[in-house]
Write a protein that binds this ligand. Structure first.
Ligand code: NDP
Length: 287
């Protein structure tokens, strides 16, 4: 029977550490600040943004939520970002995605100063991840690495398989596992023999967006299975990409949905904001 990795508990531990860091920074006169911009009324985005604001408050990070109407023109959004880029009291800037269709997401991400890009979505930060010289890591894959580390799961020399190749999860996840000395395979919708490849994995990370897709027979006995998927079922319940009941009989470790990777994503955003504030202080002291 798999050991269930409690993402809520690990997340709470890390948030306590972050709160301590923030307290220390405040004593030195620095208050880490995060600005979150939301354009439009998408209900899921509204909830995410509210949760981010609340999480900041809990650890002592100053947060500002900037709500712009659906019909905001791109130039106005870019000006707003330029203003935040110039502010010394804002260390992290996050634009909640998706944006309304008339706005070019790439141009908006590119407008955020790489030093304040706490989602690590910009080309500069993505490039840094590739090279291994990074300050921020994208929140979800970074959260997965923390779950592995804090559960005592070794990555060095292990076979890791990542299912999914999106820019926000699959690709950076594979890169982080590679930096942690795993031997990594990336699978996607055109992969042949997916089940066979998955069965080779000591660490299997799944981020595809298909409820209960990974079954017990696709998992190597004793493997660590990390389920990034979040799928809303017709009855309103949340399901992961992994068939939890079946896979828990075979895997060595397994993350639940909800309560696995999910809570880690915001936690890593808080961590990135603190890192950005530290870096801004160091930069000021050098100049
Ligand atoms: P995308 O839709 O951007 O990417 C999905 C990936 O899965 C693609 O690379 C796709 O392949 C691959 N895929 C789809 N179907 C199959 C299949 N049958 N076999 C193999 N590969 C397949 O999704 P995201 O990466 O953004 O998100 C993935 C999941 O993770 C979603 O459920 C999302 O809600 C969740 N998520 C959870 C977060 C959290 O905080 N817990 C944060 C971000 C995402 P191809 O490229 O060939 O199309």
């Amino acid at each position: 029977m798999a050991k269930i990795i409690d993402g809520k508990k690990i997340s709470a531990e890390i948030r306590q550490e972050i709160a301590q860091d923030v307290r220390r920074m405040k004593e030195a006169g620095i208050v880490p600040g995060l600005a979150v911009i939301i354009v439009g009324e998408d209900p899921a985005s509204q909830i995410y943004v509210r949760n981010k604001g609340r999480a900041c408050e809990e650890v002592g990070i100053h947060s500002e939520i900037i709500r712009l109407p659906e019909q905001t023109v791109q130039q106005a959004l870019l000006s707003q970002i330029a203003e935040l880029n110039a502010r010394d009291d804002i260390h992290g800037i996050l634009v909640q995605l998706p944006l309304p269709r008339h706005i070019d997401e790439g141009a908006v991400i590119a407008a955020i100063s790489p030093d304040k890009d706490v989602d690590a979505f910009s080309e500069v930060n993505v490039g840094k991840i590739m090279i291994g010289n990074f300050r921020f890591l994208p929140c979800t894959p970074a959260g997965v690495m923390e779950l592995l580390k804090r559960s005592g799961i070794e990555t060095e020399g292990k076979r890791a398989v990542v299912v999914g190749r999106s820019n926000i999860v699959g690709k950076p996840q594979a890169m982080l596992l590679l930096h942690a000395n795993a031997t990594v395979t990336i699978c996607h919708s055109r992969t042949r023999n997916l089940a066979e490849l998955c069965r080779e994995a000591d660490i299997l990370v799944v981020a595809i967006g298909r409820a209960n897709f990974i079954k017990a027979e696709m998992v190597k006995p004793g493997a660590a299975v990390i389920d990034v998927g979040m799928n809303r079922l017709p009855d309103g319940k949340l399901a992961g990409d992994v068939d939890f009941a079946g896979v828990s009989e075979v895997a060595g470790y397994l993350t639940p949905v909800p309560g696995g990777v999910g809570p880690m994503t915001i936690t890593m955003l808080l961590k990135n904001t603190v890192t950005a504030a530290e870096a801004a202080r160091e930069k000021r002291e050098r100049s």
